[in-house]
Design a protein around this ligand. Structure first.
Ligand SMILES: [Zn+2]
Length: 390
């Protein structure tokens, strides 16, 4: 297959720096990047004239079961069936907007792990998924109204280091790619409290992750819990809301070891002021050289109401260059996700994952608000103008 007359963003390509090209796909991979306007008799050609061809997009902080902002509807106490149907719906809608790689940071019943396995087995169309299964939570949260963050019911709350080890090993045995911890309370629209886990529990999670060749992703939205994640040198710090100068100094003192995954859209939906209160200070980390990943934490409802929200929000709040925003949503996230050898940029030999968008989204971020003209994943067209392949 040939993608003809593609407009490219050179910063998102490797080994080819022209703005226009034809791309030859063989099987699942990018086989050649050729001068634009070639002739390919007998070959399947997609005409990309007037469109920009981006690498497939990433969302590293996504919960597939997050269907609605109505808390009752997303509780873990809802039926597994409902969560499965909601998760498939969200996954397909994300695909239509070009998100060919997702990291699910917590969905009940380990549903995202099961979807990942079906997609990898070729029995279902979907993005490349990394998944943690459920979120490991301490006792004071697990049995509460926040069962959304635990198995249903997760009768293995964590109250000491041995339980931490057991919970971590259980998730990995059930197929988790990494471990997600609820590092502090979930506080929609406001600051969370201090760390929920004790230092010896956190150390045990880190111990298991290290031994098993994986990593910790930790939810935090208060300065105190930000510090606990930085002190642990956990791999990813999720949200990082209410980031302080002290957090920033701590992050630097630890050699920038922790990747930060901001999630603006989950707060943007309460208005720019709330978003700014949560996220504006993260600009300190960006200015100090942080390679932000792409996260939204948005429900399907919030995402579909404003699919360009995270793009436009990062621009408005931090004023960073558009191309840096695009790198956060592609190559930077691929590096953090551990898949940069195969995905995240346009390069011969990498997987043919593309978000093909009418116009110049690098010049106008609102163009991410429409379904892609075409989405390719592993060399196959999986979505076209919002219609996702069965
Ligand atoms: Zn989340």
């Amino acid at each position: 297959m040939i993608l003809k007359n593609c407009r490219l963003v050179p910063e998102l390509c490797e080994g080819f720096q022209e703005e226009m090209a034809d791309i030859r796909i063989e099987g699942t991979d990018i086989a050649e990047i050729l001068p634009a306007g070639g002739s390919y008799p007998g070959e399947e050609v997609i005409d990309c004239t007037g469109k920009t061809v981006l690498p497939g997009l990433f969302n590293l902080h996504n919960h597939l079961f997050f269907h609605s902002m109505n808390w009752d509807k997303i509780r873990g106490t809802q039926s597994e069936y409902l969560h499965i149907t909601n998760s498939i719906s969200f996954m397909r809608n994300l695909l239509a907007y070009g998100f060919t790689s997702l990291r699910d940071v917590g969905t009940p019943y380990n549903i995202a792990i099961k979807l990942r396995d079906q997609i990898n087995a070729g029995t279902m169309v979907g993005p490349d998924i990394k998944a943690c299964g459920i979120i490991i939570t301490p006792n004071q949260i697990a049995p509460s109204e926040l069962q959304v963050y635990s198995d249903n019911p997760m009768k293995a709350p964590v109250n000491d280091p041995f339980q931490a080890r057991a919970a971590a090993r259980k998730q990995l045995a059930e197929g988790a790619d990494f471990l997600k911890l609820l590092g502090c309370s979930v506080a929609p629209g406001k600051r969370g409290d201090g760390p929920l886990f004790y230092p010896d529990e956190l150390a045990e999670f880190a111990n298991v992750a290290k031994r098993e060749g994986t990593y910790l992703a930790i939810h935090t939205n208060s300065p105190e819990s930000n510090d606990s994640v930085l002190d642990l040198e956990a791999y990813t710090l999720e949200h990082g809301h209410f980031w302080t100068k002290e957090n920033n100094d701590n992050w630097l003192a630890h050699g920038k070891k922790t990747y930060i995954i901001p999630t603006l859209q989950v707060t943007w939906c309460w208005g720019e002021e709330v978003c700014s209160m949560h996220c504006s200070s993260l600009k300190m980390a960006y200015d100090a050289g942080a390679m932000f990943g792409w996260g939204t934490d948005a429900t399907e409802e919030v995402f579909l109401a404003d699919p360009a929200g995270e793009f436009v929000g990062r621009k408005k709040l931090w004023g960073i260059p558009n191309v840096e925003i695009l790198k956060q949503a592609t190559i930077n996230s691929a590096i953090i996700n551990g898949t940069a050898d195969q995905r995240g940029s346009i390069k011969v030999g990498k997987k043919a994952d593309f978000a093909i968008i009418d116009g110049k989204p690098d010049e106008d971020l609102t163009l991410f608000g429409k379904p892609c003209a075409y989405v390719l994943k592993d060399g196959a067209v999986v979505a076209q103008n919002g219609f996702v392949k069965p």
